[in-house]
Design a protein around this ligand. Structure first.
Ligand SMILES: [Fe+2]
Ligand SMILES: [Fe+2]
Length: 158
């Protein structure tokens, strides 16, 4: 199998039109692509790579979730509880798999890459789009035509 075939490319259709969030989503897809490019089928090498990068990947995912959750709270997004629950469940699943692999469970890197890719793309398409639409509703259009959420935008919601 050629892991390059699996590379996922950023598409404008994934854009939340919020730069910080888009940058973080691109970062998540980069993690997925790095996992794919190290999916050689050589289990020893895959395991070494996985153990080397997974801690930082989990940290990146947690930071991304925290960014989204901060904005959702600040803007009083009505779907916050449900969204936070999805983040928490995913984090627990990843940490659990990490512990399983550490305990010696067989690691097939390409399977983990599929799992991460599917979750990230589905979560963006189903859940992240909801808060993005809400942000755009309440955000103001700046003189340069760009939307942004300022402190005033948030206080307007209060
Ligand atoms: Fe999210
Ligand atoms: Fe997200």
């Amino acid at each position: 199998m050629n892991p390059q075939v699996e590379q996922v490319e950023w598409s404008e259709s994934y854009s939340m039109r919020i730069k910080k969030i888009d940058d973080q989503h691109k970062g998540l897809l980069k993690i997925v692509n790095d996992l794919y490019s190290h999916s050689t089928g050589d289990e020893r090498a895959e395991r070494m790579y996985f153990m080397e990068v997974i801690g930082q990947a989990v940290q990146y995912i947690k930071e991304h979730f925290a960014t989204e959750e901060r904005i959702m709270i600040a803007t009083k997004f009505p779907g916050y509880q449900e969204h936070k629950k999805a983040h928490d469940e995913f984090t627990m699943t990843v940490v659990q798999s990490l512990n399983d692999f550490k305990a010696g469970k067989q690691l097939v890197l390409v399977k983990f890459a599929h799992f991460l890719k599917d979750w990230v793309l589905t979560h963006i398409a189903v859940m992240d789009v909801q808060y993005a639409a809400y942000f755009r509703q309440i955000a103001t259009r700046k003189a340069n035509g760009k939307l942004s959420i300022t402190k005033e935008d948030i206080e307007l919601q209060g």
